[in-house]
Design a protein around this ligand. Structure first.
Ligand code: SAH
Ligand code: F3S
Length: 433
């Protein structure tokens, strides 16, 4: 009988891809099969996130629950960004944990499995050319890493301390991975990196210096590949050449994530983001002028240390000017190993909550207005998911989530769909005959 593996994945898309890599390694080399019931698992993994404080607290309570209810003899491993930054502290606090594996050490999963109390958390470990075994949770869409780590030093962000310095993966390997995914039926790839449009700055070996724009051009030639998405680009690196390639290349899906963080140039400076409010607005304007159909999403942090009412108003001003299609908004959370952790002028938590609610209410209003105006629009949808209620859902080129009545034969196919109804998270449509 095969051994059973349970993995819980927290955090970002990069963590989801790391989870796929670990599943691939463990099933091919160790004969594990995944299960959704941790009580029958021989190995329980938590792939953690440390970007904000909440998930870290959750980790230890969850570990306790796993330990109490796990199958006799089952191992528990902690992986991901919290593993990178807490290291052996995790085993000290939760001595029943068998191993700790950092976000930059995923390829060592089958090694640590056989060493009791192993702690592998070297953030400079180079996995950029490691030949991971293949596993994908969706047959329709393939996540592909193009770089690891991050070379920026945003003062609020722990990621460079958990995922290390930025190294790009050679384009040859990325293209091969895309080709393999297409051969197995995927029509869409999703390129991943903390800072995708900084691609090519550094490779681990000798390599032709190509940038992200050139990588996109090369990937769009992969036969059978229909759609290319990526996350996250950085506003600082959004030069004209990149935006023009984005706009003119029909394989690149027209949805751009532009993480703003703050609309105040002063706060952006304190965050070390490398751009001003004006630059951000200028990039949005350029993008909208050449790709008016593109949707734009963003990340915003409220109540960064020193954020005054006027600074917050600048963020609101950008929101009103840009009218983002989606916003991921967070209250600033001080993180260990970051510069901002030591900043004074901490914003009162009640004010922080107020600002977040105000921002989210405004965004909701914008979304409701935008969504209502989309009724009647026709989009090409790539169907990826069977819903429980007799619907099948997928995404439009510009990343709207749309569902239609239908069954599994729609999965993995494209169809033109007319939007007939909008609610806050998903549109309902009808396939045009
Ligand atoms: N390079 C990635 C950033 C990863 S972190 C990207 O651009 O997507 C994802 C988001 O979490 C950031 O964009 C930021 O908005 C938020 N975030 C990061 N650190 C944070 C902190 N200390 N407090 C609150 N939000 C934070
Ligand atoms: Fe974090 Fe800034 Fe890099 S948000 S991941 S340090 S671009």
């Amino acid at each position: 009988m095969s051994k059973k593996l349970f993995i819980e994945t927290l955090g970002c898309a990069m963590n989801s891809r790391d989870t796929e890599h670990m599943i691939a390694e463990l099933s091919e080399k160790e004969g594990y099969e995944t299960t959704t019931d941790f009580k029958e698992a021989d190995l329980i993994l938590i792939n953690t996130c440390s970007v904000r404080e909440k998930p870290v607290h959750k980790l230890f309570s969850e570990l306790g629950v796993f330990n109490k209810n796990k199958k006799e003899g089952a191992k528990i491993g902690v992986c991901g960004c919290t593993a990178s930054h807490l290291g052996k502290e995790i085993i000290k606090k939760a001595p029943f944990v068998s191993f700790v594996l950092g976000a930059r050490n995923v390829s060592k999963i089958t090694e640590v499995l056989h060493k009791d109390k192993a702690v592998e958390i070297d953030i400079n470990y180079d996995e950029s050319e490691f030949a991971f075994k293949d596993f994908r949770s969706s047959p329709y869409k393939a996540y592909i890493n193009i770089s690891m780590g991050c070379d920026k030093s945003c003062t609020f962000c722990i990621v460079p301390k958990t995922r290390g310095e930025e190294i790009s993966i050679p384009d040859r390997l990325i293209i091969q991975e895309a080709q393999r995914a297409v051969e197995r039926g995927a029509k869409e790839i999703f390129l991943l990196g903390q800072n995708v449009n900084n691609y090519g700055r550094r490779f681990s070996g000798e390599h032709e210096k190509i940038n992200f724009t050139e990588l996109l051009r090369r990937l769009s030639k992969v036969e059978g590949l229909e759609r290319i998405r990526f996350t996250s680009p950085h506003p600082f690196h959004m030069d004209d050449e990149f935006l023009e390639e984005f706009a003119s290349n029909p394989k690149i899906c027209k949805s751009m994530h532009m993480p703003l963080q703050s609309g105040s140039t002063k706060i952006l400076k304190d965050m070390k983001r490398g751009y001003s409010k004006e630059w951000f607005l200028n990039r949005v304007e350029k993008l909208r002028s050449i790709a008016p159909e593109a949707t734009i999403s963003t990340d915003i942090i409220v109540a960064f240390p020193g954020e005054s009412n006027e600074d917050f108003e600048e963020t609101i001003d950008v929101m009103k000017k840009v009218r983002f299609d989606q916003i991921f908004s967070f209250k600033y959370s001080p993180r260990p190993l970051t510069e901002a952790e030591k900043f004074e002028n901490v914003v009162d938590p009640a004010v922080a909550s107020e600002r977040l609610s105000y921002l989210q209410a405004l965004q909701q209003q914008i979304i409701d207005e935008k969504n209502a105006s989309r009724i009647g629009e026709v989009h090409t949808v790539y169907f990826e998911e069977l819903n429980a209620d007799g619907y099948v859902s997928g995404r439009s080129d510009n990343n709207l989530m749309i569902k239609v009545k239908g069954s599994e034969e729609l999965l993995g196919t494209f169809a033109d769909v007319k939007i007939i109804q909008a609610n806050r998270t998903i549109f309902t449509g009808e396939i045009l005959a």
